[in-house]
Design a protein around this ligand. Structure first.
Ligand code: ELE
Ligand code: SF4
Length: 607
């Protein structure tokens, strides 16, 4: 079977397993698409409220049934360097809409949490739940039913997935995603990581650490490592939700603004009022989802997307499983080396050929569905994205075919000579249940770890043990009661410096947890998202200090090598997790912790 046949076979399987839910979803979408313009279903009083604060010309336009109205869902705030540039986007979008003969209104804002600010802090326990809050907030904005299309302003970790879930819930509306772009390159990410390890060893002080961090994170735009935020940009591009070439253009540049204006105009061109109606819920189908998974593997994207993609697909009635993701990993090569999978950052990635190169290489390698619908339209499907965007005259965007060769073969490779013959993510199975590991960032001699367990009920306990010098040995750190129901499944990325120091000292170390890691986590082998979680009675909760745990990322297994009957007979320990239920707003998320689904089903609160 060729790789294309394999990809098509997996896609067919996804279509089959999705059919019942996808058919219902599409029926609901077509029912919702009944009126055009959408506001014509509103009564006069509703409509008057909807345009009361508009300019006289916009009021006149919206009073009629001809002019399309564009809803803006924005996640602007000053907390995320990646979202700060969105402050000025609504004005840019409204002006572009006017030029295109339409109207644009901010339909609503959504919250956006910075995982960098909350990493290792109590706030991180709200992070995963914030994805579904963002989807709900998106629905609140669009529920005014004033809009014929929407543009979604978002970049970071949980925000884009939440916006996609919201957009697909309003699948009858065309959707264009508008990014803000990466910050310019500062202190290289590997130098930042080295200073963190020196700090963890007490070899440098807080002043040196803060100076290093501030040189790395130094301005507006997305952090430059290839974590979840930049994986989001890759997904929006390869799933056809961005204008071609949008992902990695720096903020505050004329080309960035040109792409934003162009996105607003394109959204207005694909409403039901025109002749290119492109409802996002029909545009995003099983092939688009598979294209997203292929892109994730080929670029070594974030482990968080093993949950977010499952949740996003479900919002369109599509059932994506970890088995599908794992099977695609077996046929998709790793084509990019961007930190933590290498030394380059996303600016280097873009300069080497970026998304246009990746999409072209994967299309030519028979690994992507080419004949998919995109917001760009036209008959070229995804081939239209094998371009490089440039600034044209009068603030327009021109697109040139992407260069034939990678401009930096240490950053972007080919399907014929990939960095790794399989994808960056691997599913693990065994008597601990199922888990995920990011192999693209782990050296080959660390893909198999078998060592005694040391069990922790919090990341702080592990950090304390490290500081007390108790961890200088080969061991598997088992950090449990970090699952969605226990405490919202935080990222445990703060453990990376300590575990990295131990690994650099030559110890064979690994992490096993029912929690998450950051997409920026890297070199230490980590089996994460272990399902079932400890609070659900999972075996991870029954591991004792000294039990031998074996993680094998080569064959995809995760086991505790103890007598199964002994393990099964062990009671789930009584661990006091009450401290997770209050403080920093956690009081407000008890309902989420009670209803949230399993990690392998996307850890969603929507059932
Ligand atoms: O990619 C993801 O999933 C992330 O969550 C990345 C977070 O934003 C990191 O926490 C920020 O990186 P650090 O500065 O190393 O903490
Ligand atoms: S990439 Fe992560 S750390 Fe950077 S702004 Fe986004 S959420 Fe914050």
């Amino acid at each position: 079977m060729t790789v294309l046949q394999r990809v098509k076979s997996i896609t067919h399987r996804i279509c089959e397993q999705s059919k019942p839910t996808r058919d219902v979803y599409l029926d609901h979408l077509r029912e919702a698409a009944s009126r055009k313009p959408k506001r014509s279903a509103l009564a006069c009083a509703n409509l008057a409220h909807g345009f009361a604060a508009c300019s006289p010309s916009d009021k006149a336009a919206l009073a009629g049934d001809v002019v399309p109205n564009l809803g803006i869902i924005t996640s602007y705030n000053d907390m995320l360097s990646a979202h700060q540039p969105f402050e000025t986007y609504p004005q840019l979008i409204k002006a572009a809409a006017k030029e295109a003969g339409g109207v644009a209104q901010v339909a609503g804002g959504v919250p956006a949490m910075c995982d960098g600010v909350t990493q290792g802090q109590p706030g991180m326990e709200l992070s995963l739940f914030s994805r579904d809050v963002i989807a709900m907030a998106t629905a609140i904005g669009l529920s005014h039913d004033m809009f014929d299309a929407a543009v979604y302003l978002g970049v970071c970790d949980k925000i884009v997935p939440g916006l996609v879930i919201g957009a697909l819930t309003f699948g009858h509306l065309p959707a264009v995603f508008i990014p803000a772009g990466p910050m310019t390159t500062g202190l290289p990410n590997d130098e930042k990581a080295k200073t963190r390890q020196l700090y963890a060893e007490g070899k440098v002080g807080r002043e040196a650490l803060l100076e290093s961090e501030s040189k790395s994170y130094h301005g507006p735009g997305t952090c430059t490592f290839y974590g979840t935020a930049n994986s989001n940009q890759m997904l929006m591009e390869i799933m056809g939700l961005h204008m071609p070439g949008s992902s990695f253009i720096n903020p505050g540049t004329p080309l960035r603004d040109a792409l934003t204006r162009e996105a607003a105009k394109r959204a207005l061109a694909i409403t039901a009022l025109g002749n290119e109606y492109t409802p996002v819920g029909e545009m995003i189908d099983e092939r688009s989802i598979v294209n997203g998974v292929v892109g994730l593997h080929a670029t070594g994207g974030s482990t968080n997307h093993t949950m977010h993609l499952v949740a996003m697909a479900a919002a369109a009635g599509i059932k994506l499983t970890w088995q599908d993701i794992s099977d695609l990993s077996d046929v998709v090569p790793l084509l990019a080396r961007v930190y933590p999978n290498g030394l380059a950052d996303v600016n280097h990635f873009h300069a080497a050929g970026g998304m246009g190169y990746i999409i072209r290489e994967l299309l030519d390698g028979g690994l992507l569905h080419e004949d998919v619908k995109t917001v760009w339209g036209g008959g070229d499907g995804l081939r239209a994205y094998t371009i490089e965007p440039k600034l044209g005259e009068n603030g327009t965007v021109v697109r040139e075919p992407v260069a034939a060769e990678s401009a930096d073969k240490k950053v972007l490779s080919t399907c014929k000579q990939p960095f790794q013959v399989t994808g960056g993510l691997k599913m693990l199975k065994g008597n601990l249940g199922t888990a995920v590991i990011k192999t693209s960032a782990v050296k080959a001699d660390r893909h198999i770890i078998e060592a005694p367990a040391i069990v922790f009920d919090s990341q702080a306990a592990l950090q304390d043990a490290f500081k007390a010098g108790k961890l200088d040995r080969d061991f598997v750190a088992v950090v449990r009661f970090q699952g969605p129901r226990a405490n919202g499944m935080p990222e445990l990325h703060k453990l990376t410096p300590a575990l990295g120091v131990l690994q650099d000292r030559g110890h064979m170390v690994a992490l096993v947890t029912d929690g998450r890691m950051s997409g920026a986590s890297g070199k230490v082998p980590a089996a994460i998202h272990v399902t079932p979680e400890a609070l659900d009675g999972g075996i991870i909760g029954k591991i004792h200090d000294g039990d031998v745990v074996r993680l094998d990322a080569e064959i995809g297994t995760l086991d505790v090598l103890e007598d199964p009957d002994v393990l099964a007979a062990r009671p789930t320990p009584e661990v006091d997790i009450n401290h997770n239920s209050y403080g920093m707003g956690r009081e407000l998320f008890a309902a989420f912790r009670n209803v949230v689904g399993k990690a392998e089903n996307g850890a969603s609160v929507f059932g």
